[in-house]
Design a protein. Structure first.
Ligand SMILES: [Zn+2]
Length: 315
């Protein structure tokens, strides 16, 4: 299998300058190579490799079923209005932001509307989320949770004050990200209403042969029924291993910095997207940014039009 430009050594450091110097034709070629092996167009309807290339319009017509398509047809970039260089630049900005990127900044850098940047970034996040590990996690698996949202502003006058810990639950907006992180492996986040739901999730996504690591919160006690479990502080009820959850905590620290530093407020509706974004960055940290961009491009072009974002503009 031939490698496309972004996965080659030449793209080790990918800059915006490099992308715009490459020009629209080379960027288009890169998209063809990210979508199809060797860049050879394949009909998305019948799989036929015999196509007419209508190069002036960057469209293809299948010789077999006569279907018209483009390099972005049927992917999250379908009905794109941006140039290929701008799309590559957007991917580059997203993979370069180790703690995420605000949509204000992205719209300024790409010189596009805020809403365009917002939808594009979410589509790219969704593509990153499509790379979630499908096999159960194995080996040493750390679990922890992070609460988000449902903040209740303290009342100014003392007599109006309530127990905010209770009030936060009542806004209905509070969610928790429960994440499993396999040591030297992948990070798998979920958005739920309470951390205790993590036990159910562990049953579905963590191999019973794994050794789990959790903090001393009492709902994790149930993990001992299914796994060998290390707890951070020795609980009196169990004979436990020496343990730590540093790796899953470093994921949460990235997610927290992403939310507080770039987005300030993240609604329950989009929280899973940011959780997946941070997990992908965490799991691919240390790779050269050209390769990161190449991988995200591959995912985006293998990912079908998103139900969430299709018709977003009509809403
Ligand atoms: Zn066809």
């Amino acid at each position: 299998m031939s490698q496309h430009f972004l996965l080659s050594a030449a793209s080790r450091t990918l800059s915006l300058k490099g992308i715009y110097q490459m020009g629209e034709d080379k960027a288009y070629q890169t998209f063809c190579e990210m979508r199809w092996d060797g860049g050879q167009a394949t009909c998305p309807r019948c799989g036929c490799l015999d196509t007419y290339h209508i190069s002036t319009r960057r469209k293809f017509k299948c010789k077999d079923c006569k279907h018209h398509f483009s390099v972005t047809s049927g992917t999250i970039f379908a009905s794109r209005k941006m140039s290929f260089t701008d799309l590559l630049a957007a991917i580059c900005l997203i993979v370069n932001g180790a703690k995420g990127i605000s949509m204000i900044q992205m719209s300024r850098d790409l010189c596009c509307q805020y809403k365009t940047a917002f939808v594009l970034a979410h589509k790219i996040r969704e593509a990153m989320g499509s790379a979630r590990p499908s096999m159960p996690l194995e080996g040493d698996v750390e679990v922890d949770g992070m609460y988000n949202g449902g903040y209740v502003r303290p009342a100014n006058l003392k007599e109006n004050r309530v127990d905010r810990r209770l009030a936060e639950h009542q806004t209905g907006k509070r969610r928790v990200v429960v994440a499993f992180r396999q040591r030297k492996g992948r990070t798998l986040p979920f958005v739920v209403r309470s951390e205790a739901e993590g036990v159910e999730l562990a049953m579905q996504h963590v191999s019973r042969m794994a050794v789990m690591h959790a903090d001393e919160a009492s709902h994790w006690d149930r993990l001992h029924e299914g796994w060998q479990v290390g707890r951070i502080n020795h609980s009196e009820a169990y004979a436990t291993l020496e343990s730590c959850t540093n790796q899953v905590e470093s994921y949460f620290s990235r997610l927290r910095r992403m939310i507080r530093g770039q987005h300030h407020h993240v609604s329950a509706r989009y929280l899973h997207q940011y959780a997946n974004h941070a997990a992908w960055l965490e799991d691919h940290r240390g790779l050269p940014n050209g390769e990161l961009a190449g991988r995200v491009g591959d995912l985006a072009l293998a990912h079908a039009i998103s139900r969430n974002w299709k018709g977003y503009w009509q809403r």
